[in-house]
Design a protein around this ligand. Sequence first.
Ligand code: ATP
Ligand code: MG
Ligand code: MG
Length: 350
Amino acid sequence: GSTIGILGGGQLGRMIAIAAAQLGYRTHIYAPEDSGPAADVSPNWTRGEYEDAAALGDFADSVDVVTYEFENIDPSAVEVLATHGLVRPGAQALRVAQDRLAEKRFVCDLGGLTAPFAPVESLDDLESAIGQVGSRAILKTNRMGYDGKGQARLSEPGDAVGAWNAIGRQSAILEGFVTFDQEFSVILVRGHDGAVRFWDSSANVHVDGILATSTVPAGALIEGQVEQARAMARRIADALDYVGVLTCEFFASADGPVFNEMAPRVHNSGHWTIEGAVTSQFENHVRAICGLPLGDTALAARGVAMRNLIGDEAHEWQAILSDPANHLHLYGKHEARPGRKMGHVTRLSL
Ligand code: ATP
Ligand code: MG
Ligand code: MG
């Protein structure tokens, strides 16, 4: 049997490992922690840093294909990794998706619509960026942000100093605030042969910067913009010669779908596909990176609703299980810290 190497040992790695095991593959996690949600289901675990190019190279040599649930590995380590065997999705996808500025420029070059943006390396830059994109804006660190972390909102020019300090005075991007009605994601899988399949797009609701719910069908407004958003996501995937699952987040605005960001991996807004689609995002990711035919992405119910269990919400598990329609997923995290994703629950309407 073959072994899939996974960079990152969180819940996404756990769910990739479960899908891999079902298809007869072994998995080997590489992560900076001693253990994590993926440890319960993956037979091998190597502790190592994402900046350690030599250790990453050794890891890549010890497995048949490398994939990741965490894209923020050091750029120089990405180069080394790519010389040590098969990395799917490839180094170019990692480079683009881990840097918000590179990502926005890449999508604009492909003809996509994004928020107006400007690079920010200093307080002076920020002042002139405000002149360019307006004072109603969001300052985001270029790298490492997730769940709304590393972001500061501005509503007037006088907010510049506070925002610059709030994000820790580091390489950033200023984005004009987009007026939108709803958010949605396009999740696709692209095979090694270039074949592309899309799952239905879910309407995503965020609370305090963290995904709270994903619902399919997404409703008329989003459905009216999905075709254009899919065309954009496909152009991105083709341009990166992408292999695996790719997620693109969009705002449904009056001007059509506005690209927000991409994740070069399986995504929280696709967890509903485990029960709600013929083939889940995790299974199709494994199929794609292992060069297998892709499974059907069609919806397997009339509708699906996924809700994240954040922090203490995971303590509701008994009540959740008392309704036989609920599918409960817990990630095996021991400490229910506020804002921490502990699990999720999925309901199908049949
Ligand atoms: P994720 O956990 O999805 O990776 P993130 O930390 O990378 O999140 P973003 O997706 O960039 O952050 O932003 C988080 C949320 O903030 C978005 O889902 C959206 O609701 C809001 N947001 C981000 N950028 C803008 C913008 N330019 N205009 C208006 N709202 C925005
Ligand atoms: Mg993000
Ligand atoms: Mg996001």
